[in-house]
Write a protein that binds this ligand. Structure first.
Ligand SMILES: CC(=O)N[C@H]1[C@@H](OP(=O)(O)OP(=O)(O)OC[C@H]2O[C@@H](n3ccc(=O)[nH]c3=O)[C@H](O)[C@@H]2O)O[C@H](CO)[C@@H](O)[C@@H]1O[C@H](C)C(=O)N[C@@H](C)C(=O)N[C@H](CCC(=O)O)C(=O)O
Ligand SMILES: Nc1ncnc2c1ncn2[C@@H]1O[C@H](COP(=O)(O)OP(=O)(O)OP(=O)(O)O)[C@@H](O)[C@H]1O
Ligand SMILES: N[C@H](CCC[C@H](N)C(=O)O)C(=O)O
Ligand SMILES: [Mg+2]
Length: 496
């Protein structure tokens, strides 16, 4: 059912210039995507001012404009102008309204934090499905509607795309949706006017300081998901000081909070953990009651993710016993400590992981060390046109492995050698690393260096099946390349 321009802004403080009674055919914020009858949102960006594309949008058939200042002589034309104080909030408000507030039709779980969001959304999806729900997932690896995966451009889509996706999930009968909420999304109001049933916080460590500039700003962006703008039940990991600050704020606001963490004061905490090669066994204390769980994910950080997901599931009203049963059949999360399966018997194991922050790299290396009896070799790089200050810190972190091969991640518009130089600036022990800018050659070099029993961690790109070089999107999947290089190296050793 289409709505008129005035209907979309009902209840919002704004000035409508023009008749406002025309039906809105669609919502657009990129002028080159405007179709006849659309409403175009003029957004002041970090690169350009979207108000300068108003004429272009009208030439393409936009019949209404939403802007922070009057940009078009509406009384001389049949174009309606809506003047608002914040175009991004207005875009989210109108988008939610356009699709009849779809986030109210299901229980939405929003997960934020530097690391662990994707993994936790997958855990929540699986637990909620086992509990009988039809689920949706929105995040980095893609968007899933009732088990069917679609490509995603962003971790958290812009509000018109997000509300449209919610509407499709509602129409598909989803009862639980787990979504990643990035700090960019919170800062840019992509989730404004979305109704969350549960909001969860994993952790806060260094990333995205190119965008947020300081840790405090980065935290305040994440903290928005726990503010009065997003009333919900809260799940907070209190292992870090940022989580404890969030807990203090939510408690002061009278929110219902479930705390998680290794910290024994957390409502959900482990009493005992056994890490095995392909699974983890743990006894968790859940609000005073002990419960044994076992799941096919590895690594200490996944204990944290499992506890966060456990908290979200409890907040959704799923019984403890069903949560424990569901964990036992948890499928692997693509590109997260994923073991490469070559078509030959290889005496070295290779794991692909999406660690692209200092904390994740430290933890991924520690997890591989726990799994492997031999040495650990890490292959990694850093993305171009993203937080450059994390590069030397990741370089230093990589030396927790026995050996490192520094290579390219997604160079984007930077020189690969310059990115590598930033990384290497943090690496003091020149004996324990080498540089190979070509990622395939770097993976091959690590395999050539490995001795039987060693483990190789290829970090940074996880599920990505491409490499971004300049404006090019090259086909590149660490899992495929590592399998090919293992087969090339050990092809003669094939036993079947
Ligand atoms: C840093 C960031 O998130 N930037 C987002 C922001 O861009 P911006 O403010 O720079 O916009 P701009 O390019 O100045 O343009 C201003 C306005 O003019 C419009 N425009 C621009 C040019 C034109 O020809 N016509 C036109 O209409 C644009 O659509 C925009 O509405 O607003 C744009 C849409 O309005 C987004 O597309 C853009 O995302 C960029 C592409 C991006 O790369 N974002 C990444 C960093 C991101 O969001 N990542 C997080 C994951 C982070 C995590 O891992 O935690 C994510 O959620 O995916
Ligand atoms: N709880 C955690 N704490 C620290 N590191 C983690 C945690 N969970 C996962 N990791 C590490 O971070 C990587 C990314 O995990 P995941 O994709 O779940 O996080 P994310 O928050 O969705 O990341 P992104 O911001 O890129 O979307 C993993 O491959 C692993 O190395
Ligand atoms: N969501 C993260 C992804 C980083 C992945 C890494 N491979 C890179 O390209 O830097 C970001 O936007 O910073
Ligand atoms: Mg993610």
């Amino acid at each position: 059912m289409t709505k008129t321009c005035s209907e979309l802004f009902q209840g919002m403080d704004c000035t409508i210039i023009g008749n406002g009674n025309e039906e809105v055919a669609g919502l657009a914020f990129r002028s080159d995507e405007v179709a006849p009858g659309d409403m175009f949102f003029c957004i002041v960006g970090t690169v350009v001012d979207g108000h300068s594309f108003a004429q272009d949008a009208i030439d393409r058939g936009a019949t209404s404009l939403v802007a922070e200042r009057k940009v078009y002589l509406a009384d001389a034309t049949d174009v309606t102008e809506v003047v608002v104080s914040d175009s991004r909030k207005a875009m989210a408000y109108a988008s939610a309204n356009y699709y009849d507030n779809p986030s109210r039709a299901f229980s939405l779980v929003g997960i934020t934090g530097t690391n662990g969001k994707t993994t936790t959304t997958y855990l929540v999806e699986h637990i909620a499905s086992v509990a009988g729900n039809r689920c949706g997932v929105i995040g980095t690896v893609g968007n899933k509607i009732a088990g069917v995966m679609e490509h995603a451009e962003r971790t958290t889509p812009e509000s018109p795309d997000l509300q449209k996706l919610f509407a499709r999930m509602r129409d598909a009968g989803c009862t639980v949706v787990a979504m990643e909420v990035s700090s960019h999304a919170l800062d840019l109001r992509r989730t404004w006017d979305t109704d969350f049933a549960v909001t969860a916080f994993t952790n806060l460590t260094q990333d995205h300081l190119d965008y947020h500039h300081t840790f405090d700003d980065y935290f305040e962006a994440k903290a928005l998901l726990f503010s009065k703008d997003y009333p919900a039940r809260r799940v907070i990991s209190i292992d870090g000081s940022w989580g404890r600050e969030l807990l203090r704020r939510c408690t002061a606001a009278g929110d219902e909070v479930i705390t998680t963490g290794f910290d024994v004061s957390a409502q959900i905490h482990p009493v005992e953990v056994t890490y095995e090669a392909a699974r983890t066994k743990a006894v968790l204390e859940v609000r005073g009651t002990r419960i044994a769980v076992e799941y096919p994910l590895v690594g200490r950080f996944n204990v944290e993710n499992v506890m966060t997901a456990f908290g979200c599931a409890l907040a959704l009203g799923i019984p403890t016993q069903i949560i424990a049963e569901a964990l036992a059949t948890m499928p692997a999360v693509p590109g997260r400590l994923e073991r490469v399966r070559p078509a030959v018997d290889a005496p070295v194991s290779v794991y692909v992981d999406y660690a692209h922050t200092p904390d994740a790299l430290t933890k991924a290396i520690a997890s591989i060390k726990e799994l492997s009896g031999g040495r650990t070799i890490v292959v990694f790089g850093c993305g171009g046109n993203r937080d450059a200050t994390k590069r030397p810190i990741m370089g230093a972190a990589a030396l927790a492995a026995d050996y490192a091969v520094v290579t390219s991640d997604n160079p984007r518009h930077e020189e690969p050698d310059a990115i590598i130089a930033d990384i290497v600036a943090g690496m003091e022990d020149a004996e324990r690393f080498t540089v190979e800018p070509d990622r395939r050659s770097a993976i091959a070099a690590a395999i050539a260096l490995a001795r039987p029993g060693d483990a190789i961690l290829v970090a940074g790109k996880g599920h990505e099946d491409y490499q971004l070089v300049g404006d090019e999107v090259l086909s590149f999947d660490d899992r495929v390349v590592a399998a090919e290089e293992l087969e090339r190296a050990f092809g003669g050793a094939c036993s079947d």
